[in-house]
Ligand binder design. Structure first.
Ligand code: SF4
Length: 293
């Protein structure tokens, strides 16, 4: 059996992946906006349990599993030797395995060396999801991300050096009204410096049991309007200088669903956002009841 300790989270693009909980919770667990693992105490699971679950999954699902996601919040922080054992088991159980991916906090990228990440990539761990959230130091500090923009760039580049594909997230609205444009531009600067394979945006939304929700209840959080968020997204996309990335704003929290390959589709994305800003009354904003929050 697989004994999931809920609640489970995974990126939208891992909807069809087998989820294996290598760690429980998040080793950092301090970001003000994140309520995913507040009630879980962080621990790394024993390899024997994971081995049993992999074998059980092979017996239940057959050998055809192609994608595996290693949960919970930052399983990359587990020792490289353990991750290597898990990858060896996965490769033995699923000969058609194409991709293993994981959430990588900046803190987990600080502890893993480039050599370890390269070895793990060769064993199949080819993609990390990294929440950059902002490239603005004041915003990162307010969010208690635990790193500044320079450190975010350094750790993001480490993954790139190891040949790992990075899928990065930026939190629209995280700078409030006052820092909106600076947050957009600084975030683009950090993303440009990292050159991730994927860039996506989410809209910062206070959720239960988080410091951000407490701030919102005290009236300290600006909730940007869909048009203000479109202006922020326009500033962000306009400053992106990417050499070969996919951009998406398809997470359920977004008001505008956009996507494209960069640099090719940048002019079309910018034009679409300019059109929204010029004629917001005709824009197709996703209504709140459909945003799946
Ligand atoms: S590092 Fe990720 S999972 Fe951990 S608290 Fe921050 S956002 Fe949440």
């Amino acid at each position: 059996m697989i004994h999931y300790e809920g609640p489970l989270f995974r990126p939208p693009s891992e909807a069809s992946s087998l989820i294996l909980q290598v760690t429980i919770g998040c080793s950092y667990n301090d970001c003000t906006f994140c309520g995913m693992y507040r009630h879980k105490r962080f621990r790394v699971r024993p390899v024997e349990e994971l081995r049993e679950e992999i074998r059980w999954a092979r017996d239940q699902l057959g050998e055809g599993v192609r994608k595996v996601f290693l949960a919970d919040g930052d399983a990359l922080v587990a020792k490289a030797a353990l991750l290597e054992q898990v990858l060896a088991e996965l490769n033995a159980a699923f000969p058609d395995l194409q991709r293993v991916s994981v959430y990588a906090s900046p803190q987990s990228l600080q502890v893993r060396t480039v050599e370890e990440m390269a070895r793990l990539r060769e064993a199949g761990l080819t993609q990390y999801y990294l929440g950059i959230e902002s490239g603005h130091d004041t915003v990162l500090e307010r969010l208690k991300k635990g790193v500044d923009a320079d450190e975010m760039i350094r750790v993001g580049r480490k993954a790139g050096e190891a040949g790992v594909k990075l899928s990065t997230m930026v939190l629209l609205g995280a700078g409030g009204r006052e820092l909106s444009e600076e947050h957009a531009r600084e975030s683009a600067r950090v993303v440009n410096a990292i050159q991730p394979r994927f860039v996506s945006t989410l809209v910062m939304t206070p959720v239960e049991d988080t410091p951000l929700m407490e701030e919102a209840e005290r009236g300290e959080v600006d909730e940007l309007t869909p048009v203000e968020l479109a202006a922020e997204l326009r500033a962000f996309v306009g400053d992106l200088e990417l050499e070969g990335s996919i951009f998406r704003s398809n997470h359920a929290s977004n008001y505008l669903t956009l996507g494209g390959s960069l640099p090719k589709d940048k002019p079309a994305l910018v034009a679409a956002l300019d059109e929204v800003l010029a004629h917001p009354e005709h824009a197709r904003f996703v209504p709140d009841w459909l945003r799946g929050l």
